[in-house]
Design a protein around this ligand. Structure first.
Ligand code: BG6
Length: 289
């Protein structure tokens, strides 16, 4: 019960329900599992690398300081989705007993020389995880520790939710929101009133979702509701057949039927953070089934 520290991860168990827990890998401070009363809510590939050799395929990888891969600008030499998800974070311990809360930190001292040269800024990231009986809150705080100037960043929680049948899944709360389809490279305003559905590969960025509540239903039953604070965008992704087949760490091969990524973050416009300032964004998942 409480916080169990293993060599490479931490398991936080709810004090009033031993079947409710969250597991976080030190590598990437990646949430690998969130169980509510014994039911797993996140999808994790059976071939996800958990040894620090590659960003984890599943759970909640953290995207910072760039979403996707930029070909120009200050983040152009960084890998896709930045460096937060593929470096070992420092476990800072349990910061509150009730609700049980733990925190991780990452700064330039935790990065390789090569990564520091690619993004030569003085920063601190604090990742906080709060486990309640039916809720999981994850927050990312970004601090600019420099004395002058400012820098830009993207930040995103790249959450893989576990679903029963993607063909019966709908994502609600995005009606009327500006969308960009990364596959066709077209922008439009989302018109679907009754939720987004999945019939093929899906990779879209919704801009300006603000504090809109998002929910995921599976066969008309609500699985999860997502609230957020200070988060502007939502990425919705399912790789479908061909793309998942091309990912060596994606398993089982028909795993795309059992997952949907609904990723909350600030990725369309850069967040500009001045020296000495702090930005914080958080998301709150409520499990409904
Ligand atoms: C999503 C992007 O956030 O992440 C997709 O919208 C991308 O374009 C997906 O394919 C997975 O990225 P990665 O780097 O983890 O394979």
């Amino acid at each position: 019960m409480g916080v169990e520290q293993l060599d490479d991860c931490v398991i936080l168990t709810h004090p009033s329900n031993e079947f409710t827990s969250v597991k976080i890998l030190h590598y990437g401070a990646t949430v690998l599992s969130w169980k509510v009363n014994g039911q797993e809510k996140l999808w994790l590939s059976e071939k996800a690398h958990l040894d620090g050799s590659k960003a984890v395929r599943g759970g909640i990888p953290l995207v910072f300081p760039v979403f996707g891969k930029k070909t120009e600008g200050a983040t152009a030499t960084l890998p896709q989705h930045g460096f937060a998800r593929n470096n070992i974070w420092e476990f800072l311990g349990q910061i509150s007993a009730n609700p049980p809360t733990i925190q991780y930190g990452l700064g330039p001292e935790n990065l390789s020389e090569e990564t520091r040269a690619q993004w030569p800024h003085d920063f601190t990231l604090l990742f906080t995880v709060v486990l309640e009986e039916d809720k999981l809150t994850t927050s990312l705080e970004v601090q600019n520790n420099e004395l002058e100037g400012s820098w830009d960043f993207n930040a995103l929680f790249h959450t893989y939710f576990r679903v029963n049948d993607i063909t019966k899944v709908k994502v609600h709360g995005l009606t009327g929101v500006s969308a960009y389809d990364q596959l066709t490279q077209k922008s439009y305003s989302e018109t679907k009133n009754d939720g987004i559905i999945f019939t093929e590969e899906y990779d879209r960025i919704y801009n300006g979702t603000g504090p809109n509540d998002i929910s995921i239903t599976d066969d008309c039953k609500t699985l999860i509701t997502i609230e957020s604070n200070n988060i502007n965008d939502t990425v919705v992704w399912n790789p479908w057949i061909k793309k998942s087949d091309g990912m060596a760490d994606f398993s089982p091969k028909d795993g795309w039927k059992k997952m949907v990524c609904v990723e909350r973050g600030s990725v369309v416009d850069w967040v500009n953070l001045k020296a000495g300032s702090t930005w914080e964004g958080s998301q709150i998942f409520k499990a409904c089934l």
